[in-house]
Design a protein around this ligand. Structure first.
Ligand code: ADP
Ligand code: MG
Length: 697
């Protein structure tokens, strides 16, 4: 029997460092390494040599085209393919890929959102190679990760600010590490591991629902007789059709060098999660974009639709993207690693306190960074973190911090687990972080897990914010420590700073049930912001505090922030307007005709009976009454929609939409669901929640 290695193709479609080392002349490889480490810049010859090696490799692997792969502010990725072929002098085609084409591209950028950064007369935008993220091949195309900027150098994408924020946190964290005596360290890298949740339903059902096709979520649908009460889906065995899909997803990801690691059923029926092993923030985010695309495409091949929306179905859990974030030095020290004696590990305390200060100071911004129109339906629902930002540290670390403030131990220590389940297992790894699944930002041993991020979003901006706010807080601390010479002085000053930070910012620490009503009350008492909607949170982007934060750290200019806020509002308005239109359309052209047909059938049947049962009159009354309510509500919704469309300021329009249109949509939905619960199921032509959630696999 021939045994094939399932990992044989790992990384086969990735032009990674080992391949560069193998295929490039050593001086060229070295030059590239220096460029990545920002010790030197790339010259023309080096670029040509790298491009040449890349082209050879791509050709050997069947690629015929190349593209600059970038992340415009639409939130997804974009590419424009060019073939490698050019006419040669002898009339024969010439396969060419120059250093210039590798480094710089000029996609026709006029239809990407720019928030007014680019007037149409100067529609040019440029893409530049991000040499810190490896090129890869997808479907015969060599994809080169790039940043996307305007003619004037303003960033038009999600990657350029991310790279700047990675530099900012590196500089700030390195300062602290150096101050604490580790002079060897020259770079600190934010590490990110993204857990991606999604739903998988049968494509037949998906295609029959205009709302799913056009908006990614169901705008109505009565709950199935069985919801997720039993939680029997969670970690249950994976159905074979889904397993086949997952196998192919893994293979595709492995080819791209993505360490897809865990897969399991989530709590809601038809919901799953995939998580790769963490890597540096830039690469992890590129990989997450690829993972989302591969999930969608592979689902389609297997007769499924992969729903990445934050809340495809009301009444059951939505989907998030858990963003695990840590800081690791170039000599592989995790700066959030408490070690055996965290109370004596002052450097660790400084990093944790800087983070606490950062999060409390910029809570609104962080909330905004993890959201979009879709996440409004998830945050604050009873299974997702609320829209209130708080940090959960776990009793172990919290006690350490409390004693720093001279306070009593307020939290029970996690019991030291001396439980030996099986005699003979002498070594049982210890887990000293207790878990609180209801916290939006939890410390999990040596990293923070940010759980608010929406499943469909690019995780880029959330990381820009995490990096920048932490860099800012670290710099402030470093400024206070930099004049001190002696180790003891540095330690005692640092402890003083930490204590001050804790006194000022301890309100952000919360270890109770984040899903409870009491917390909403308690948070209000503590003065923590609770911004219920995404559109309201967009204002955080242009507050004086945010503008000063981002300009001080050279991440965004004020102009770029204004543009971004315009784009965010515009996207919200577009999404909600489409949702309203689809709901109106489905009500008028699918549901109302269904009711009319039901009424006609019943009336005809009753008319043919000499003594119709009381049921007929009752059911006809009910249908007639619900039809009337539905018709009135849809008219109201249409009027409101038209009225609001006239508001010229985009953000203002978004706010009105949230407060006035969304509630009407919700009311209309309730009427539709009410009807679905008593109508003739066999005649109901729109796939129901029961169909989609229990008959998909
Ligand atoms: P859970 O579901 O319990 O939160 P998982 O194991 O599913 O945990 O996912 C944890 C994610 O965090 C994985 O992507 C993992 O690679 C990542 N991770 C682990 N350690 C770190 C770290 N130091 N920095 C960033 N991410 C990390
Ligand atoms: Mg998690």
């Amino acid at each position: 029997m021939k045994i094939t290695d399932p990992f044989a193709e790992f990384g086969s479609m990735l032009f990674d460092e080992s391949l560069m080392k193998e295929r490039l002349p050593y001086p060229i490889y070295k030059k590239w390494k220096e460029t990545v480490a920002k010790e030197d810049s790339l010259d023309r010859n080096t670029a040509d040599a790298i491009a040449h090696a890349m082209k050879r490799w791509a050709q050997e692997n069947g690629a015929t085209h190349f593209t600059h792969w970038f992340q415009p502010m639409t939130g997804s990725t974009a590419e424009k393919h060019d073939s490698f072929i050019e006419p040669g002098e002898d009339g024969k085609p010439l396969v060419r890929f120059s250093g210039k084409s590798l480094i710089k591209g000029e996609p026709d950028a006029s239809s990407f959102p720019s928030g007014g950064l680019r007037a149409t007369f100067e529609a040019r935008g440029y893409t530049y190679w991000d040499c810190t993220s490896p090129a890869f091949i997808r479907d015969h195309v060599l994809c080169i990760p790039t940043v996307f900027v305007s003619y004037n150098g303003e960033s038009l994408d999600k990657k350029a600010p991310l790279l700047k924020s990675i530099d900012a946190i590196s500089t700030a964290a390195t300062r602290i590490v150096n101050i604490f005596g580790d002079k060897e360290v020259r770079r600190v890298t934010p590490m990110v591991g993204l857990e991606q949740e999604y739903f998988l339903i049968d494509k037949r059902f998906f295609e029959q629902r205009e709302d799913l096709v056009l908006t990614g979520r169901t705008l109505f649908g009565a709950m199935a007789a069985k919801g997720q009460e039993l939680e029997d889906h969670y970690f249950g065995s994976i159905p074979s059709r889904v397993a086949a899909f997952m196998k192919e997803v893994d293979q595709e990801l492995w080819k791209l060098g993505i360490y897809a690691k865990t897969e399991h059923n989530e709590v809601a029926p038809c919901q799953f999660e995939i998580a790769p092993i963490f890597s540096n923030a830039n690469i992890a985010i590129d990989q997450n974009h690829l993972t989302m695309e591969i999930l969608r495409k592979t689902a389609d091949k297997h007769g499924f639709a992969c729903l990445l929306h934050e809340k495809p179905f009301a009444g059951i859990n939505g989907s998030g993207k858990h963003n695990n974030w840590s800081l690791v030095t170039d000599n592989n020290q995790n700066l959030f690693e408490p070690g055996d004696k965290p109370a004596e590990n002052v450097r660790f305390l400084v990093f944790v306190c800087a983070f606490i200060k950062a999060v409390d100071t910029h809570a609104e911004l962080l909330r905004m960074s993890s959201s979009g129109a879709g996440n409004d339906h998830r945050l604050g629902a009873n299974e997702a973190p609320p829209a209130i930002i708080s940090i959960y540290l776990g009793s172990y670390i919290e006690n350490v911090l409390n004693s720093l403030m001279g306070a009593e131990r307020t939290v029970e220590d996690h019991p030291d687990s001396s439980f030996a389940p099986i005699s003979g297992l002498a070594y049982i790894p210890k887990d000293n972080t207790d878990r609180n699944r209801t916290s939006p930002l939890a410390f999990t041993g040596n990293k923070f897990e940010f759980r608010m991020v929406g499943s469909s979003l690019s995780p880029s901006f959330a990381n820009v914010v995490l990096n920048t706010i932490t860099a800012d807080a670290l710099n402030e601390i470093a400024d206070q420590l930099s004049d001190l010479k002696y180790r003891q002085d540095i330690r005692s000053k640092a402890l003083e700073i930490c204590t001050d930070i804790l006194r000022q910012h301890q309100r952000i620490l919360f270890s109770g049930d984040g899903y409870s009503e009491e917390w909403v009350e308690e948070a209000r008492r503590r003065g923590l912001p609770n911004i219920p909607s995404f559109i309201e949170s967009v204002s955080a982007l242009t507050s004086p505090k945010t503008i000063s934060l981002f300009t001080r750290n050279h991440i965004y200019t004020e102009k770029e922030l204004l543009a971004r806020s315009e784009i965010m509002s515009e996207q919200y308005v577009k999404i909600t307007a489409i949702e309203a239109k689809v709901l109106i359309d489905m009500t008028k052209t699918e549901i109302i005709p269904l009711i009319v047909k039901e009424i006609r059938n019943l009336a005809e049947t009753a008319a043919n009976l000499s003594k119709p049962a009381a049921y007929f009159a009752r059911q006809l009354d009910r249908l007639n009454e619900i039809l009337d309510r539905m018709d009135k509500m849809v008219t109201l919704l249409e009027e409101k929609d038209r009225e609001i469309a006239g508001i010229s300021d985009t953000h203002e329009r978004g706010i009105h939409f949230y407060h006035e249109v969304s509630p009407l949509m919700e009311q209309l939905r309730q009427i539709i669901d009410e009807h679905e619960a008593f109508c003739d199921k066999k005649q109901y032509s729109i796939p129901s929640y029961e169909d989609m959630l229990y008959h998909s696999h």
